[in-house]
Design a protein around this ligand. Sequence first.
Ligand code: GP9
Ligand code: MN
Length: 400
Amino acid sequence: ADEKVAIKTAEDVQPDGIRRSENFGLAQGKNLVLISLESTQNFVINKQINGEEITPFLNDLVKESFYFPNIYDQTAQGKTSDAEFMVDTGLYPLPSGSVNVRRPENHFESLPKVLKRTGDYKIFAFHGNDASFWNRDQMYQSLGYDHYFSKKDYKVTEENSVNYGIKDIPFLKQSLKKMNNLPEPFMAKLILMTNHFPFLLEDKDQFISPADTSVEVVNRYITTVNYQDKALEQFISSMKEKGLYENSIFVFYGDHYGISRKYEQGVHELLGQEQNPLNHLDLQKIPLIIHIPGQTGKEIKTVGGEIDIHATLLDLLGIPAEEHITLSRNLFTRNEEQPVVFRNGDIVTEKYASIDRKCYNKESGEVIETSACEKYLEIGRQELQLSDELIFGDLLRFVK
Ligand code: GP9
Ligand code: MN
C-alpha cells in the first residue's frame, strides 16, 4: 500500500458496532485470564453422549457467564496463531500463512499494549510447545507480551505428555504455580494443546467413553474434549484456592474447528443432522464464554466472529475501543446487519449465509438470489482488503 494513504485516526477506518455497552468497565482493573481451547467446537457444549455430558464443567460455567453460542471460527492457515492474532489485535488473519511468521516485525496495536498503556498490566503467555512454534517468541514481543512461558519452562516428561506435548492437566497445574507469583493486575494467556488432531489420549486419561459413530477421529475427539474440560475444572478450583479467582475475568474460546470436512460425517451422526452446507457452517461455531466471578449468567445469541472478542474485551475492561484501529465489533452492541467475514470471502449474518458464492436463507435453508447477499459480500471484501493493507503495509506504525 502507498504510504501516502496512511490513516490519520482510528475513526477513518473503524467499522460501526464498537460502541460501549451497558457492560463497559465491568471487569476494569481485573486480571484477564484468556484460555485458548484447542480445536473446540461449540456443538460439544451441553451435548450428552450416552447420557454423559462431554463438558460438564463448561456446561455449569456457562450458567454463570456471558455465553455466546453463535461465534464463528474465522481462522485460516495460521490456525491457533490466527485465533490469537484476532483476539490480540482485532485484525483478520492473512489469506495465506500466519501473520506470526510473515509479519512479526510489524507495529501492532494489541490488547497487551492497550492494557499496559491504560492500566499498568503485566502481560504473560503460557504454552507447552516450543517457544518458536508459530514464531510466537518473536511475535509476542511485537505484541507487547512481557514474558512467554514455553516448553522449556515446564517439567515435561514422557509420562505427562501426549501428541503435541505436555497434557492440559499438568500444563495448567504448572502454569498456576507460575501465575501465583505474578504482579497484579496481569493478563495471562494460556494455550491448551491436548485436544489436538488426531485426538490421542491414554486410557487412564479418558474420563468418558469414546463415542460410537462410524468415524474414529470423532469418537476420540469426545474423550479429548472431555479431558480438557476436566483440566479446566481443576484449574479454576485451584485458582479459587490460591485466591486468584475473585479478582479475575476469564475468557474461554475455541480456537478453531477440530473436525475437518473429511471426518464431519461422524459429527452429523452424533447430532442427527444431514450433511449440507448450512450444517457444515453451523459446525464452524466455537464456544465463547466470558466469566466474571459473581455475575449472573446470560446467553447472548448475537451472531459474531472470533475477531469480535477483541472489542468485547476492551468494553468489559473499560477501555474505549475508539482509541485504536480495529476491525473487531463489540458483541454486546453488534449491529445485526454486519456480516461475519471468513477469510475465503464467505459471509454469514443472522439471516443469510454466502457459501461458495451461493446465497442461503438460513431459516428456510433455501438457496436464494445472490443479490440478497451482495451487500454483505462487499463489506467482507472491503474489510479483508483493509486488514491486508494494514498488515502488508505495516501501516499501524503511522498511527500515533
Ligand atoms: C501448537 C498449538 C497447536 O503450539 O498451537 O497448533 P495448531 O495446529 O492448532 O495451530
Ligand atoms: Mn489450534
